[in-house]
Design a protein around this ligand. Structure first.
Ligand code: THU
Length: 160
């Protein structure tokens, strides 16, 4: 038996203003999408904005259900919207912002495990990394250069 060390890296921006103008614009789209989320149960509002290689920005937000497990995260709403409207068009960047009706979300909120798995399907298929930026409502922003930086030991079609 031997130990394997897996390393990954992320970049930390002190705040929204430290982002480039292009990324601020993408993050702003995520914030606007977040405001339109349907989250009456958790009161946790998430918005996602994807920049496609054709210049389109596709947004999504979380959609909850009284039957709780039937709800859906913002990131998957956005990526499936992109995949259904623009099949085969590469995704370059993803911005995510989260807020709550009950407290100020000041730590960066990354995509959940199921969203990471879903996003990895698209990144692997397109053979180009998706840059991910995520934040709360205020405060620091985390960037990873690739979705796979968030998902070591990922499962993909080559494992089937
Ligand atoms: N949520 C997202 O939209 N994205 C995530 O990556 C984490 C969680 C949503 C799902 C649910 O509507 C609410 O946040 C609380 O979990």
């Amino acid at each position: 038996m031997k130990k394997i060390d897996i390393s990954t890296s992320a970049f930390l921006y002190e705040n929204f203003e430290e982002l480039s103008k292009d990324i601020q614009n993408l993050m702003q789209q995520a914030v606007e999408a977040r405001e339109k989320a349907y989250a009456p149960y958790s009161k946790f509002y998430v918005g996602a904005a994807l920049l496609l290689e054709n210049g389109e920005i596709i947004t999504g937000n979380n959609q909850e259900s009284a039957a709780y497990p039937s709800g859906m995260c913002a990131e998957r709403v956005a990526i499936w919207k992109a995949g259904s409207e623009f099949p085969g068009v590469k995704v370059q960047k993803l911005a995510i912002s989260a807020s709550s009706k009950t407290h100020v979300v000041s730590s960066p909120i990354g995509p959940c495990g199921a969203c990471r798995q879903t996003l990895s399907e698209y990144e692997i298929n397109q053979k180009e990394p998706i840059e991910i930026y995520f934040m709360g409502a205020v405060g620091k922003v985390v960037k990873t250069a690739s979705l796979l930086d968030l998902l070591p030991f990922s499962f993909d079609s080559s494992n089937l």
